[in-house]
Design a protein around this ligand. Sequence first.
Ligand code: ATP
Length: 565
Amino acid sequence: MKYEKLADLYNSLGSTTKRLEKTKILSDFLKELKNEDREVLYLLLGRVFPEYDQREIGISNQLAIKAISRSTGIGENEIVKEWKSKGDLGKVAEALVKAKKQSTLNRHELDTKKVLENLRKLPELEGRGTMDKKISLITELLSSASPEEALYVIRTVIGDLRIGIQESTIRDAMASAFFGDEAESASHIQGALDKTNDVGKVFEMVKKGKLKEIKEISLEVGKPIKVMLAQKVKTVAEGFEKVGRPCAIEYKYDGFRLLIHKKNNEVVLYTRRLENVTRQFPEVVKYVKEYIKGSSFIIDSEVVGFDRKTKIYRPFQEISQRIKRKYDIEKLQDELPVEINAFDILYYDGKTLLHEPFRERTVLLKKIVEDRKYKIKTAEQIITDDEKKAEKFFNQALADNQEGVMMKNLDSIYQPGSRVGFMLKIKPEEREMDLVIIGAEYGTGKRSGWMSSFVLACKKGSEFLEIGKVGTGIKEKLGSDTKGTSFAELTKMLKPLVEHEKGRDVEVKPEIVITVTYQEIQKSPHYKSGFALRFPRLKSLRPDRSPSDIESLSQVEKDYEKQGK
Ligand code: ATP
């Protein structure tokens, strides 16, 4: 397909903010879309691979600027200047390519296959000397692109397409294009998307028009799917209201999510972000093979770290490096041992279990997992209708160094990717502290152009000492109610206060005071104050407070002591 056609579609989609209109435009497009061109659906989602494949284009603004510069012959400084005034690197590319095209006429036509081919090479290039190759791949596309195509090539590579299309829009458009507007077909298509995590594959099936096939599609071991998420409640009483009595209550482990796939004696491990981390956890592969019965399965679990000597569970931050680190794995395995807590099963020996009730899934799980504490086991669980027992279990989880508990509806299905109320989380009350912002880091991808992580400090006399960073509790965009604080707003406030800039990091004059919530104060060698906050979250800006009103180090010390008791 010509890339021009896709650019036209992007334009139409971008020209309306109304969801129904977007769906209609997309539905008309899908009716015409040939099966062989189905991979453009990945491009519509700002990707080049199916969603189960975690590889991302991952090009920084800087690199995109170099590519624009190389293909148009305009200096990088000039481009940065334009970018600052236009606020959209895609528009800059459009204008510059337009100016250049007036003088040259040697354009080859760009098609979507070529765009996908070049962009797919980008994530493969890692390490030294690859920057140039990356630039060449983008430059090649830009030199064949019309101004409008250049706009979308650049927006695609930097991950900022601005057409407002999500998987759910594609789902509704597919339903409307091939089955009329029935809600039922949309829900079956959603089921197929959940199970395959691949819009291209689902399009192929939908185009054939066989709803029965779509309904019966099975999970595939080895292909990660999105995990089910939890809603939050404040008390166990509220929890029972939502999930019914009795329900299952489990420890909410303070670790990270791990999806365990096994097929033909091969085990593959995925994180919640669908990253394959099998290599990083060889001992887990061994535990799975040794202590879980079954020839093929997909199991949902939480990995939690513990201290080898004291056998006390450790907070997530202390083991987080195991996820990324690709060398010295044996050493790390020894220093930062982990325990797997399995809590759900989605597929077992040929059968997809997403629609089996949780009560049956959890029974099966207990049957096939041989509990080995400090290696692999099923999550601590009680099934009860009694509030007192639930409270006691919650306190036990906290005493065991975990975050709180999960409450789970026994009759519920497993709904991938959704924050439906089938499982709830309860954590202890949060505390609050006023702090001042002393630095920030500029974001990348969708957040490029904004400061997206903020360095916080408490005070000691007239000094400001770092006590952590906050990046949550801040909105990408303010909703129509304009409640909350957005990255754009904070960036605007902080820009005039910048004192030093180094790469993406800036230091700012300590003026902006914010209230953050947190769960616990921890000792930290990282930060100058000697402390760090666990789960800090921006609650609100405090324009009514000045930096001299913020939390003092001695107060932090006192709070730390108090919480120990
Ligand atoms: P949080 O920051 O509170 O973990 P989140 O947005 O990361 O929230 P949620 O879905 O809201 O994720 O909370 C559930 C998370 O808790 C799961 O993603 C999982 O990683 C973790 N977890 C720990 N123990 C369990 C358990 N027994 N059952 C389900 N999830 C668990």
